[in-house]
Write a protein that binds this ligand. Structure first.
Ligand code: UD1
Ligand code: CA
Length: 490
């Protein structure tokens, strides 16, 4: 069964990243069960650096300029296909009509059987690159070199040398050093098990030849599976060259089988991202306590304290300081702004924009659509959602600004809120420039507080106020002189 996912309109990538102009079609094997994850979620949908494993692989295939990506699904196929559909629709990197397709493999009879399912979706020309959905950190440059090693005529195997090759397929070479077979660990002899050169699970082959070899696979082996790795034998028998492209970056070929491996690869990847940021001059208090789950762009002299998490697209301007334990997602932070500890900024799909010279937090919360000008102060336990605050506006303590337009130099008092929701609809509050809102006020939207006005503490304001006016909307103080409190009965 196969289904094509037609993407929306996205950035177009060149489709000629193969060697010598060879088009590259990618097969991603993602049908396996992932038993050791002990999870209801399909293994390839578990996240590394905030993104499903399969998302990394499919993204890499797109970055490579693949003409087509065919994902083989099986276990959890519905969920995996739904994820791919969503990826393709929401800004995925695919451009042409049939760039991404799914084929089902049911039951799962091995890696060779998996790739066989993709054959009807594969062109006859060009190079087919086989990847695994659970090997997330393979990089486009490595795959370009693998495709180049195939050159459109050879079978190219991505391999590495491991101190402990247990469990992997071994690269078996002849006296002249040519690779003649991949032997699975379970099928290997003692002598073969001593080989430390292993197959990574990734290969590139001329499409037409690969299709021919796939048709010749059988399952006469220790696991009664159709091994993709058996194509090596057929290449040798057909006189087709076999190239082993060995790399020594273990992260790129590390597969995920268990929660422990996922955590280990996550940390290794985070350390690598941290190192790249520090190379660019970013000062991380501790690279081991830093998490980047998306894209983080930093200006000069950015300092980030421990235990901060950055998600989605985040840009920090020059001299931005981020205190300990902040979570920042989909936001831009202007130069010289200080984000104090325990601040949560989540721009969601609308984004959050913080201007220059702001003071945010500690314990502040900025939600989607918060847009702060320069020199704005947002203090502890202040929540801002879908609101603009102009230059110099301040809300320093215990406040809520939702669906509000806040003018320059407004001071929004402690405990004050905009009541933006009437139980059915949301309405806007406009607080014009230089307004002073006292403590514990409720501004009931829709309402406008005129420029330069003052709202007395404890007021509930339900009507627009004139510029320059003092508005007090609360019970008049009542004071009874010499009041005698009741006495306890004896
Ligand atoms: C495979 C290789 C082995 C290599 C190792 C590297 C084969 C026969 N062996 O072994 O040489 O050293 O990868 O990690 O290819 N899958 C399917 N359908 C199936 C079986 C697997 O889609 O019927 C998918 C899995 O979801 C996974 C990938 O193929 O993404 C690899 O499968 P896995 O079972 O992990 O292969 P290994 O036994 O590790
Ligand atoms: Ca594996």
């Amino acid at each position: 069964m196969s289904s094509s996912i037609s993407p929306g309109s996205h950035q177009t990538l060149s489709a000629d990243a193969g060697s010598a102009g060879q088009p590259v079609d990618v097969v991603v094997m993602a049908a396996g069960k992932g038993t050791r994850m002990k999870s209801r979620l399909p293994k390839v949908l578990h996240r590394l650096a905030g993104r499903p494993l399969l998302g990394h692989v499919v993204g890499t295939a797109a970055a490579l300029g693949a003409r087509k990506v065919v994902v083989v699904t099986g276990h959890g196929a519905m969920e995996v296909e739904a994820f791919l559909q969503a990826t393709a629709v929401t800004g995925g990197p695919f451009s042409s009509e049939n760039a991404l397709a799914c084929v089902r493999q049911e039951p799962q009879l091995g890696t060779g059987h998996a790739v066989q399912q993709a054959v009807p979706e594969l062109h006859d020309d060009g190079v087919v690159l086989v990847l695994s959905g659970d090997v997330p950190l393979i990089q486009p440059d490595t795959l370009r070199r693998l495709v180049a090693a195939s050159g459109g005529s050879k079978l190219a195997l991505l391999g590495m040398t491991l101190a402990d090759p247990t469990g992997y397929g071994r690269l078996v070479r002849d006296a002249a050093g040519g690779v003649t077979a991949i032997v699975e660990h379970k099928d290997a002899s003692e002598a073969q098990r001593a080989v430390r050169e292993v197959y990574s699970g990734m290969m590139a082959a001329p499409a037409k030849k690969l299709k021919d070899w796939l048709a010749r696979l059988d399952n006469r082996n220790a696991q009664n599976e159709f091994y993709l790795t058996d194509v090596v034998k057929f290449a040798v028998a057909d006189g087709v060259g076999v190239a082993a492209h060995l790399i020594d970056d273990g992260l790129q070929v590390a597969g995920i089988n268990s929660p422990a491996q996922l955590a280990e690869l996550e940390r290794a990847w985070q350390l690598r991202q941290a190192a790249a940021l520090m190379d660019a001059g970013v000062r991380l208090a501790d690279p081991a306590r830093f998490d980047q789950r998306g894209r983080l762009t930093c200006g000069q002299d950015v300092a980030i304290d421990v235990n901060c998490v950055f998600e989605g697209d985040v840009a920090l301007g020059d001299n931005v300081t981020v205190g300990a334990n902040c979570v920042i997602a989909n936001a831009t932070i202007g130069a010289h702004t200080v984000v104090q500890p325990f601040t949560h900024i989540d721009g969601g799909t609308l984004g959050v924009a913080v201007g220059a010279d702001n003071l945010i937090g500690p314990f502040a919360r900025l939600r989607p659509g918060a847009a702060l000008g320069d020199a704005v102060h947002i203090g502890n336990f202040v929540e801002v959602k879908n609101s603009t605050l102009a230059h110099g506006a301040k809300a320093n303590h215990l406040a809520y600004l939702g669906d509000a337009t806040v003018g320059e130099n407004v001071n929004f008092g402690a405990g004050s809120i905009t009541a933006n929701y009437d139980g059915a609809n949301k309405h806007r509050t406009v607080i014009e420039a230089d307004v002073h809102v006292g403590s514990n006020c409720v501004l009931v939207a829709p309402v406008t507080i005129g420029a330069g006005g003052t709202v007395g503490g404890g007021s509930t304001v339900t009507k627009n106020t004139a510029p320059g006016a003092l508005t007090v909307a609360r019970g008049k103080p009542v004071s009874v002189p010499n009041w005698q409190r009741p006495l306890k009965k004896r």
